[in-house]
Design a protein. Structure first.
Length: 606
């Protein structure tokens, strides 16, 4: 194992433009009396932006404004307009309470910022919503907002199924071929056949039963001059919807969709929530069923195999010759996908690579002590900066007391002007220098805390990642590998894993400036390279001792050249269950013993 420390991430991009941010200043009169001047807060935020190499575009000053409600303030409206128009992509403020003390407004702010992909940076709470730890804040805020919305929506939604079962209108336009009958007040009461549209809808069924092609039907309707209700030409998608909706045969589905509230998207509710009402039919049951049978058969015939999801380790695997390795889009039935080098034909099975990665991940996260060492260094660094800030603050207070004493002596005539200037001016100059340094040190602490906490959010789970790995979904494994892995090099006989944790995400794509280097060089970096055999270790293949049923199953599976998912299918269980048996985290239930003995072709209890 080679320990490699570096100070620069691979993904920094010289061409990346600076992040444009605003600074939010709201300091009450009471806080100003305590020495918290707006200027001090602005300097602190400016130094933090400088350390992050962000460009401060605007300062929004709400000096003396109450925090009870700020949403209608002109400065707030200006700031939100800048967020919505992408003039700024982040807002820095000293504390959440400085943004607003109104919980509803905080929820509104967070939704607006998240909707426009903008960051909220609270220095006091060490929150930066562009980081993993900061996104947790968005998640908590979103949960609170969702609860509030669901309380309101729940009361409204509760009446929908009842109205649907009673056959009352739920709003919206009548389906094509129908119209709403209204009462004396102009309110819709029930559906009736539309004399102009119903013949067209019936004609659609007749054409489709004859030609069996939705696009053909749409074209024929267009040629004959038929149009939809809004004057558009019929499309094959519209034809499909009109054919498959059972309302045409007199059965109206209601309460079967749910709005997601985002760009008017919706999803299908569980069938148990659906409600059916009888309406006048446009076509017979036989004609509707005949057309939908054709559609069902066409869908089965034309159903394409979906493209595979992005492979685990995609973009990280390289051949020892330097060529990036890929998984072929064509995988013969029954074979495991391979990462292959097109240049020298070097390859490795994806399943084997994952098993080896699983073992090396444990070395990096748990056994090697690298993460613990990183956290100790990061914690020590933040502590040292805090001590320095405390020292400067105390020194400033001493200087101010001495300056006050000299002023008092001078005002009482006990110290001549010449002597006063001689003693006072050096103290004043020193106090000014310290005054300038204090917000800069505070900004450094803010920077270190936020970057440290962002990493801590990921690394706190180091001991659980290893245990959870076999049960994680593909996209969850991808997030972990992309966060913790810089490169995997496949050699002829061995594999090299370059694990990496750096405080600035490698996906940030930005160049480190002198100001950032001053902070970043001090931050600990955790980067190691592990070399291991290309073939899975013997401990991963044939167990030395067959102590558990999982050991027997694994040995038999490897002898037969099967994957865990193959065995899962044979046993009638999920793949995670087989993984649990083979790794010793769980044991088979008694009802499966017969199937296991049949699979092994021998009785392991004899």
């Amino acid at each position: 194992m080679i320990l490699v420390l570096r100070t620069k991430s691979k993904a920094f991009n010289l061409m990346e433009t600076k992040k444009k941010v605003g600074i939010w200043i709201r300091v009450s009169t009471e806080d100003q009396a305590k020495g918290e001047s707006p200027e001090h807060h602005e300097k602190r935020a400016s130094y933090y932006a400088k350390a992050k190499e962000w460009e401060v575009i605007k300062v929004y000053n709400l000096r003396g404004v109450s925090g009870k409600s700020v949403m209608d303030h002109p400065e707030t409206k200006r700031m939100l307009a800048d967020v919505q128009n992408k003039r700024i992509t982040g807002l820095i403020f000293s504390k959440l309470a400085r943004l607003t003390r109104n919980l509803k407004e905080l929820l509104d702010f967070s939704e607006i910022f998240q909707e426009h992909n903008a960051s909220m940076i609270s220095l006091g709470e060490s929150i930066d919503t562009s980081t993993p730890a900061g996104r947790l804040f968005y998640a908590m805020i979103a949960a609170m907002a969702q609860w509030e919305r669901e309380e309101i929506a729940g009361r409204v939604a509760a009446s929908v199924p009842i109205r649907a079962k009673l056959g009352k209108p739920l709003g919206g336009a009548a389906p094509f071929g129908y119209r709403w009958l209204t009462n004396g007040d102009g309110k819709a009461t029930k559906l009736a056949i539309d004399e102009h549209e119903a013949p067209i809808r019936k004609f659609i069924f007749e054409l489709f039963s004859k030609h069996k092609r939705k696009k053909t039907v749409a074209g024929m309707l267009t040629k004959k001059g038929y149009r939809t209700r809004n004057g558009s030409k019929f499309s094959d998608t519209t034809i499909d919807r009109l054919l498959t909706d059972p309302i045409a045969k007199g059965t109206r589905r209601v309460n079967y969709t749910k709005s997601l509230g985002v760009n008017k998207k919706w999803e299908i509710k569980p069938e148990s929530d659906w409600v059916y009402n009888d309406v006048p039919p446009i076509v017979s049951d036989d004609l509707w069923n005949a057309c939908n049978t054709i559609i069902d058969e066409q869908r089965k015939k034309n159903k394409r195999k979906p493209r595979g999801a992005k492979r685990l380790f995609a973009g990280l695997v390289y051949c020892h010759c330097g060529t990036k390795m890929y998984v072929s889009s064509y995988i013969p039935k029954g074979l495991s996908p391979n990462y292959k080098c097109e240049k020298c034909k070097n390859k490795i099975a994806l399943d084997d690579l994952e098993e080896i990665y699983y073992v090396e991940l444990q070395t990096f996260l748990i056994n090697g002590g690298h993460i613990e060492e990183y956290l100790k260094k990061a914690d020590s660094l933040v502590y040292d900066k805090a001590e320095l800030l405390s020292s400067h603050t105390n020194e400033k207070e001493k200087l101010e007391k001495e300056m006050d004493r000299l002023v008092k002596l001078h005002s009482e005539g006990e110290l001549p002007t010449k002597g006063f200037n001689k003693h006072y001016n050096p103290l004043f100059e020193q106090a000014e220098q310290i005054e300038l340094q204090i917000p800069e040190i505070q900004a450094e602490i803010d920077f270190l805390k936020i970057e440290y906490l962002s990493g801590d959010q990921v690394l706190k789970e180091a001991h659980t990642i290893y245990d959870r790995w076999p049960k994680l979904e593909l996209h969850e494994k991808q997030l972990i590998t992309e966060d913790l892995t810089e490169k995997i090099t496949i050699g002829s006989d061995e594999i090299q894993f370059e694990f990496n944790y750096t405080p600035v995400p490698r996906s940030s794509n930005k160049t480190l400036t002198k100001e950032q280097h001053n902070n970043m060089d001090a931050l600990p970096f955790c980067k190691i390279t592990l070399n291991t055999l290309k073939s899975p270790p013997r401990s991963l293949l044939y167990p030395i001792e067959l102590n558990t049923l999982g050991d027997h199953i694994r040995k038999r599976r490897l002898e037969l050249g099967l994957l865990q998912r193959d065995v899962a299918k044979i046993m009638g269980v999920c793949e995670d269950t087989i993984t649990g048996w083979e790794t010793g985290r769980s044991n088979p239930s008694k009802r499966l013993i017969g199937s296991i003995i049949k699979f092994l072709n021998y009785n392991p209890f004899d």
